[in-house]
Design a protein around this ligand. Structure first.
Ligand SMILES: NC(=O)c1ccc[n+]([C@@H]2O[C@H](COP(=O)([O-])OP(=O)(O)OC[C@H]3O[C@@H](n4cnc5c(N)ncnc54)[C@H](OP(=O)(O)O)[C@@H]3O)[C@@H](O)[C@H]2O)c1
Length: 401
């Protein structure tokens, strides 16, 4: 193997879909990557398995330890492999700030990922960010924290990874956002359209949980699968793109691309369009973020150029999927709007998964609560947390009516 720079990783949310794919990448990379720290929420039997395979120095269990089973197995395994075990979300600070961690992979789901991402950036770490909610909720704060302390945020979301790779045609630096605004005509995020791409508004009223979880092209965790079905995931990605690349709507557009092979595109000022293509497999953007700027062989699926295949693109239907309009509006507003949208959506998705809210009302409740929130333009972390709390309570009240 050619020479390489060792990557020492803390993987937050190692038991989830992105966390497991990250460990696949680390397994394949062998000596190039060292797994120093892991975190799980409730799945401690999988965490114990991961300790047996990767021998991390330290792990954190974020869920309230009193309510966990399989405790004995975790402690026994940790003792055998000399792995330290900490409990509670606040313990994440200890792993993301360790000197022997180069890259924090943030693969926690939901706004629970924000605090640890900020902690890592505050000590100048590189954060490979799958947890889009960190930027949706705290965009400006996260970007400013990275700038202030010399931390880096690298995208794992496949669309943003694609945009980042395309932008390299212009510059080597992801952080040169001022330049992006000058040279970029449009960022075009692709969306598969989800399982209900061709559903009428009437059909959308009757979808079941199983229908909504069955994504046509991606295997993902439950929350993001529902978000992909409502297209709120794409709304969150519009907001994420706004903060990652310093580009505002109308320079951010969405196009429906059912094959999920073109992960996104950038149209430059001269009209030239760059795209990034690969089969839908998160291991590629994960590895690119961890290995950047090195490119090595990756365990992800590859295009078969000997087979016929075609790529289609359609404009999105904002009437059937109003979530996209919400995403554009919130990206423009900034401030506390992202925190509110995200919190309402998290509660609404939970309610849908518990059969307390019909699918098509998820976006309605997001719009309703956003319409009467008191907007704060440059919020602190405390103000973001307060907006998140307010939105959750408002949504619960709305649901109980
Ligand atoms: N899956 C994808 O293909 C994909 C693609 C792009 C971006 N993303 C983004 O990546 C993030 C993770 O998505 P995912 O699909 O991997 O989710 P997932 O499969 O549901 O996994 C979530 C992970 O976060 C942990 N977790 C859950 N609640 C937590 C809390 N309150 N505090 C700390 N940890 C918590 C879970 O632990 P336990 O399992 O131990 O309970 C698990 O390790 C999301 O922000 C998502 O939008 C995902």
């Amino acid at each position: 193997m050619s020479s390489f720079a060792l990557r020492r990783l803390a993987v937050l949310g190692s038991t989830g879909s992105i966390g497991r794919s990250t460990l696949d990448v680390a397994r394949f990379a062998g000596k190039r990557m060292q797994v120093v720290a892991l975190s799980a929420h409730r799945n401690i039997s999988l965490l114990a398995e991961q300790i047996r395979e990767f021998h991390p120095k330290i792990v954190v269990v974020t869920y309230d330890s009193k309510n966990l089973r399989d405790f004995g197995e975790l402690h026994q395994t940790a003792k055998e492999f000399k792995t330290k075990v900490l409990f509670g979300a606040e313990s994440l600070t200890q792993i993301v700030t360790r000197e022997d961690v180069d890259i924090v992979v943030s693969a926690i789901v939901g706004s629970a990922g924000l605090k640890s991402a900020l902690d890592a950036l505050t000590v100048g770490k590189t954060v490979a960010l799958a947890n889009k909610e960190s930027l949706v909720v705290g965009g400006e704060l996260v970007v400013d924290t990275a700038k202030k302390y010399g931390g880096k945020i690298l995208p794992i979301d496949s669309e943003h990874s694609a945009v980042w790779q395309c932008l390299r045609a212009k510059t080597n630096q992801i952080t040169e956002n001022e330049q992006n605004a000058e040279f970029v005509q449009k960022i075009i995020l692709t969306a598969s359209g989800g399982p209900f791409r061709n559903f009428s508004s009437e059909q959308l009223k009757h979808v079941t949980i199983a229908d909504a979880l069955a994504h046509p092209t991606w295997q993902m965790g439950k929350k993001i699968s529902i978000d992909s079905a409502t297209l709120i995931n794409k709304a969150l990605e519009i907001i994420e793109a706004r903060w990652f690349f310093g580009i505002l709507p109308p320079k951010i557009a969405v196009v429906i691309h059912p094959q999920s092979v073109v992960h996104s595109m950038v149209e430059f000022a001269d009209g030239s369009v760059m795209a990034q293509l690969s089969p839908p497999d998160m291991r590629l953007p994960i590895q690119w973020a961890i290995d950047y700027p090195q490119r090595f062989s990756c365990p992800s699926k590859k295009n078969n150029w000997a087979e016929n295949f075609s790529l289609e693109f359609f404009p999105p239907d904002l009437e059937r999927f109003p979530a996209l309009r919400l995403g554009l509006e919130v990206a423009e507003q900034g401030g506390t709007a992202g925190a509110v949208l995200n919190a309402v959506n998290e509660v609404a998705v939970d309610a849908f998964l518990q059969e307390q809210l019909p699918f098509h009302k998820i976006t309605t409740v997001c719009q309703t609560i956003l319409n009467h929130h008191k907007h704060e333009r440059r919020p602190t972390l405390e103000q973001l947390q307060a907006a998140d709390h307010w939105a959750r309570e408002e949504t619960k009240t709305w649901l109980s009516r």
